[in-house]
Design a protein around this ligand. Structure first.
Ligand code: SF4
Length: 305
């Protein structure tokens, strides 16, 4: 018999490698894994490992940076050579040094298109105890994950916004109440939980809306919360397919080239959340050093172990 190329390859059933017929697919030629670096050099974000198992997302949030990344072509496509992907992940997992984390939600939502790929990756990470798998999602498609042998090596990070924001700018994603319910299920199944509140958007009544969300997050007791405020590259504006109303909130251009709400508003939003989430580890994503200086959040964030 041919020697398996990664541990457990011979246990994989053919059907676990088949993607639903309704999904657009193609072979990936370039590597699936790469180290992502913040390009501008103006922010404090750490580098992180990302897995490109799919491109695009069916949720089409108005602010989504993928509109710029893929020049408006955000309809999802999944890479079909799953065995090649698993072999590459397996080689990545064999790294004997410090703990690393593999992010599956940078160029797509980790669960919005299908759960087939995460169902392969979660048990693979569960067979070792050094490196972590990160799912980042607005989906509530978690039922198929609850009984998997994750061995505490998978972190599921739910992206949340208050219903007042989600209704306007995330209309195709499951409502936040469903995401919260999915998060509770994952906690009951023993998964490590993180929450991302990003991008916060200063809609009318934002203080009340984000206060309520913070209370619900505090009840979940996630291991880490990552906050971010609305930020848009010019390319997102150029290729935006959805409601352009979200652009009304960005009025200044910061040295990293993004458009953002005024610094004063961002600080007020972060301060509100930091005060409501006291006792939890709370980091801030893709912000300027001046904001970190003013608020002194945790140096840890969603993208690192
Ligand atoms: S869920 Fe995430 S990846 Fe999908 S459209 Fe919204 S912001 Fe983009």
């Amino acid at each position: 018999m041919e020697k398996p190329l990664f541990p457990g390859e011979n246990l994989l059933r053919a059907e676990s490698l088949s993607l639903p017929a309704s999904i657009a697919k193609r072979r990936r030629v370039s590597p699936f894994i790469r180290l992502f670096r913040e390009h501008s050099g103006k922010l404090l974000c750490p580098s992180f490992w990302m897995l490109a198992w799919a491109n695009g997302c069916p949720y089409h949030c108005s602010y989504c940076y993928l509109q710029g990344t893929f020049k408006g072509e955000t309809d999802p496509i999944v890479f079909s050579n799953l065995k090649d992907m698993l072999r590459e992940v397996s080689r990545w997992l064999a790294y004997p040094g410090e703990t690393r984390l593999l992010n599956t939600g940078e160029l797509c939502d980790s669960l919005a298109i299908t759960d087939v790929v995460m169902k392969l990756l979660i048990p693979l990470f569960g067979r070792q105890s050094r490196h972590k798998l990160l799912l980042l999602t607005k989906s509530d498609r978690v039922d198929g994950l609850l009984k998997l042998p994750h061995n505490g090596q998978t972190i599921i990070s739910f992206s949340l916004n208050p219903p007042e924001v989600s209704r306007l700018y995330e209309p195709d994603a499951p409502p936040p109440g469903k995401r919260l319910e999915a998060a509770r299920k994952c906690v009951r199944a023993g998964y490590r939980l993180r929450i991302r509140v990003d991008p916060m958007i200063p809609v009318e009544g934002w203080r009340k809306a984000y206060s309520r969300l913070a209370e619900e997050i505090a009840e979940l007791k996630p291991e880490r919360v990552t906050l971010g405020c609305l930020r848009l590259y010019p390319s997102v504006k150029a290729f935006s397919q959805r409601s352009k109303a979200v652009f009304q909130y960005v009025s200044e251009r910061t040295p990293d080239g993004r458009f953002r709400p005024p610094e004063k508003t961002r600080i007020e939003m972060y301060q509100l959340m930091l005060s409501k989430l006291q006792g939890l580890e709370v980091g801030i994503c893709k912000e300027l050093p001046s904001i970190h200086e003013a608020l002194k959040p945790s140096p840890l964030c969603n993208c690192i172990p």
